[in-house]
Design a protein around this ligand. Structure first.
Ligand SMILES: [Zn+2]
Length: 262
């Protein structure tokens, strides 16, 4: 299957390829992920996905931003022609970055390019926010609550920043390998982060190279199991907590009070 902007996010593409977001979904709940790529279950993201795409479109090009606004008019604009609160907040974040020369410099490059590669015996797809072939670098745009917020991480067994908490280091490590397979060069990843605070905070983040091997080992350790579930060789495990698991839950007995917190 040849990936294009039209089919990149399709179920067919998700069946044939792994992606970082799909990998994160497998880690969270195998049963829900399998149901999603079988078309049996659709996850509800509310407005978050549209707001995210809106913000990305603003940095892609003026034409793309205009097209996106037209296409999603009813979700962005209220009856009086004003924007809904989520999009007003997004405008504030967009403006903050557009007024910062260094942030704009970091985002210079070709936008939303699709790459594929084989890693750990499976096919992967990636859409890179911004890639700069003359600097051998790529950049991803992230919005977050606050730059310094701490989150407990079971994966790292310590308090971490939003970057580790949302597996953005893993994302950068995988993208770096995918780009390497296509260009023969390891590109340097950057994240341009902007917060949902008023006024928004911002930062351009680079990554110490020593962070990547841990993430690649982590993916390698888990991918074989996910591959087997995806191909139907193995039954998926249920997380028991997500929307899909709650929706499809059938009780067959009682649980002791202690089990509620397991
Ligand atoms: Zn689940």
């Amino acid at each position: 299957m040849k990936l294009t902007n039209e089919n990149y996010f399709s179920i067919e593409a998700d069946r044939e390829y792994f992606s970082v977001s799909q990998f994160k979904s497998w880690v969270k709940c195998q049963a829900a992920t399998l149901a999603k790529i079988s078309g049996e279950f659709e996850e509800s993201y509310g407005k978050a996905l549209v707001v995210g795409s809106y913000t990305h479109a603003a940095f892609e090009s003026d034409e793309e931003f205009e097209r996106f606004n037209k296409e999603n008019q009813s979700e962005i604009f209220n009856a009086r022609g004003g924007k809904y609160a989520d999009f007003k907040q997004a405008d504030l974040m967009i403006e903050t970055l557009k007024n910062d020369k260094f942030a704009m410099y970091a985002m210079e490059g070709e936008k939303e390019l699709i790459f594929t590669a084989e890693l750990f015996g499976v096919k992967w797809k990636a859409k890179i926010d911004s890639i700069n072939h003359s600097r051998n670098s790529f950049t991803d745009l992230k919005t977050t609550r606050s730059l310094s917020q701490r989150y407990w991480s079971d994966k790292y067994q310590k308090y971490v920043s939003f970057i580790e908490a949302w597996d953005y280091v893993l994302q950068m490590a995988i993208y770096r390998e995918i780009i390497y397979q296509n260009t023969g060069i390891y590109y340097s990843p950057y994240i341009v982060a902007v917060t949902k605070e008023d006024p928004p905070d911002k930062a351009v983040l680079h990554f110490d190279d020593t962070r990547f091997q841990f993430e690649l080992d982590y993916v390698e350790h888990l991918i074989e199991g996910f591959k087997q579930v995806k191909s139907g060789e193995k039954e998926p495990t249920r997380c028991g907590k997500c929307a899909y698991c709650r929706e499809t839950k059938q009780l067959d007995g009682t649980i002791e009070v202690e089990e509620l917190l397991v």
